[in-house]
Design a binder for this molecule. Structure first.
Ligand SMILES: Nc1ncnc2c1ncn2[C@@H]1O[C@H](COP(=O)(O)OP(=O)(O)OP(=O)(O)O)[C@@H](O)[C@H]1O
Ligand SMILES: [Mg+2]
Length: 251
């Protein structure tokens, strides 16, 4: 797979360039086949993920659950192309991530993917508003300030727009990270414990926001969570256990 950068358009390419229609995985927003991840630790070879396969359709909501250390964050990183597998294949938005280089994967993420990390990874030198505006500006969206303020309003933080991350609580930073992840109107949103740092009421509000965007924009949600309320809202639950996958389908 090849991504052509056109210097005349500032490196922007259409997603069609990286998502050919004859791709067998094109109907799925995400698919993994026989995915394995191993690392060498001081104790020897550590198998984190052991031959995992599944597909996720556009618009589905999926919870990834399992004990601490079971490989949930590792799986999310591999699905989003932030990490490379030891074996197996990953397709995201119709593109085979293994056939793309670092730049191609970054471009695909910028155009189609929102990511809320377990550690929020806000840019510390930018205010809450500037953090949310950044992906909108990079995508050349009209009126990024107004759109970013709307998103901050939806997560209940309009009054904190001028605050820097160091001036926000952990839960407030989490909510800025969620607003930023939605700013590019992504086809798929990955979130690693999006309600992990929030009190029950705020957590509930974030869950409602995630699923409102899922309904309104058809955003696929792939959420790592220890929160049974959040898992129960999802169409499907994938449970990781000792590097293997078990699937439950929610009612
Ligand atoms: N680069 C690495 N080197 C060594 N071990 C690693 C590496 N990355 C992850 N691990 C180990 O792999 C296992 C899975 O890690 P991962 O972060 O995916 O777990 P998790 O399910 O997200 O856990 P938590 O619920 O605590 O966030 C852990 O035991 C972790 O220590
Ligand atoms: Mg984790």
């Amino acid at each position: 797979m090849r991504v052509d950068h056109d210097p005349g358009t500032g490196g922007q390419v259409s997603v069609a360039a990286v998502a050919p229609l004859d791709n067998p995985a094109a109907a799925c927003i995400a698919r993994v086949e026989n995915l394995g991840k191993e690392v060498v630790s001081p104790e020897g070879k550590l198998i984190i993920l052991d031959g995992i396969s599944f597909s996720i359709a556009q618009g589905e909501s999926v919870a990834v659950v399992g004990a601490s250390g079971s490989g949930k964050s590792t799986l999310l990183g591999l699905l989003a192309g932030l990490d490379t597998p030891s074996r197996g294949r990953v397709w995201l938005a119709g593109a085979d991530l293994g056939e793309m280089d670092e730049d191609g994967r970054a471009l695909l993420r910028a155009q189609r993917v929102g990511f809320v990390f377990q550690s929020f990874q806000l840019l510390t030198g930018l205010t809450a508003l500037e953090n949310v505006m950044l992906p909108l500006e990079l995508a050349g969206q009209p009126d990024p300030r107004r759109q970013a303020l709307d998103l901050l309003d939806r997560v209940g933080l309009k009054a904190r727009a001028r605050h820097y991350p160091s001036q926000l609580s952990g839960g407030e930073q989490q909510r800025v990270a969620i607003a930023r992840a939605f700013a590019g109107n992504p086809a798929v949103l990955f979130a690693d414990e999006p309600t992990g740092n929030l009190d029950q009421k705020t957590g509930h509000r974030i869950i409602e926001l995630l699923f409102a965007l899922n309904r309104e924009q058809g955003t696929t949600l792939i959420l790592v969570t220890h929160d049974p309320e959040l898992a129960a809202y999802c169409d499907r639950v994938l449970e990781l256990d000792d590097g293997r996958l078990r699937e439950r389908r929610e009612g």
